[in-house]
Design a binder for this molecule. Structure first.
Ligand SMILES: O=C(O)[C@H](O)[C@H](O)COP(=O)(O)O
Ligand SMILES: [Mg+2]
Length: 302
């Protein structure tokens, strides 16, 4: 069924919003592009709150923790509670602690990512190494090859490699992650988005950061961000919503919209300020088609 274009359609917007009690909001590419807040974003969130809607912020960006996102929302003038944030770093952390349940002495996680992942692993008491460790932010040296080969540079407690968006990825960190994977470590990713929307263009995403390991080890990680339904189940478990009265709002077809469709939500709304273009979902035979779409989130103000 063709998606409904809602920009400029006051009656259509009102009818669409009335169908849902809960809105799951993607962040990058919907609310903002990097530190640029899209026009009408804060006002739209206020409008939905005044209508009594429940909001959950569901981001694949694993560089920030829930607490970090609360600070970002505050700095952007967007009313949001830390409890309303559910990011891929949190999703991965609760999967590791509550589902995977790594057993000592192999219960440590080697992180290829930023502080958001580390903070969320700490919130679930999951031991980790790597990540933002400053001693790894350097070129690999001849000695390192020997110490990785003989295992003396490897932590014997590592049983899992978790990759995410890492702004400081380098050959040394990739070599350590690869060595752990070759030892049989579980291969997880917070998400595998190919690109990151920022400054109104695209940059390499978490999937592009982890791609060298996928190529080297010859297998894909289990990703715990959108469109993973493990994430949807965890969100539903925490917020207890009626999926038929819930709408996913996102800018990316193969994460946000697919997440909502596979989660059998009542509807999905695509926003054209991020990654996906309308031509992708308007094309004949398009596989992922949102219920409706707008040019930008602020268009919901009517
Ligand atoms: O590469 C990434 O990690 C993603 O592009 C990015 O962070 C997506 O964030 P979201 O749009 O899910 O808020
Ligand atoms: Mg996005």
């Amino acid at each position: 069924m063709a998606p409904k274009y809602l920009t400029g359609d006051k009656a259509g917007i009102s009818e669409f919003l009335d169908r849902f009690d809960v809105f799951l909001f993607d962040c990058d590419g919907v609310l903002w592009s990097g530190d640029h807040l899209f026009p009408g974003t804060a006002e739209t969130i206020d409008m939905l709150r005044k209508k009594g809607k429940q909001l959950v912020f569901v981001t694949n960006n694993s560089t920030k923790s829930r607490a970090d996102y609360k600070k970002k929302f505050d700095s952007m003038g967007i009313e949001a509670k830390v409890e309303e944030v559910f990011g891929s770093s949190y999703s991965a952390s609760i999967y590791i602690s509550r589902i995977l349940k790594l057993q000592a002495p192999k219960n440590k996680v080697f992180v290829l990512g930023e502080s958001g992942i580390e903070q969320e692993l700490e919130s679930e008491n999951v031991p980790y190494c790597g990540g933002t460790d400053p001693s790894l932010r350097r070129d690999i040296e001849p000695e390192d090859y020997k110490k990785i080969a003989d295992g003396s540079m490897l932590d014997p407690e590592v049983g899992c490699v978790l990759t995410g968006l890492d702004f400081h990825v380098n050959y040394l960190k990739l070599s350590l992650a690869f060595a752990y994977l070759r030892q049989g470590a579980v291969f997880l990713a917070t998400n595998t988005d190919s690109t990151l929307p920022n400054s109104h263009t695209l940059f390499p995403g978490a999937g592009a950061v982890g791609a060298p390991l996928v190529k080297a080890i010859g297998r894909e990680p289990l990703a715990l961000g959108k469109p993973s339904q493990a994430m949807m189940d965890a969100i539903e478990g925490k917020f207890q919503f009626d999926r038929s009265r819930t709408c996913m709002i996102g800018d990316r077809l193969n994460t946000d919209i697919q997440f909502g469709i596979e989660g059998k939500l009542g509807g999905t709304l695509a926003v054209l300020t991020g990654v996906s273009k309308k031509e992708e979902f308007l094309a004949e035979g398009a596989e992922v088609v949102p219920t409706a779409y707008v040019d930008k989130l602020g268009d919901l103000l009517g």
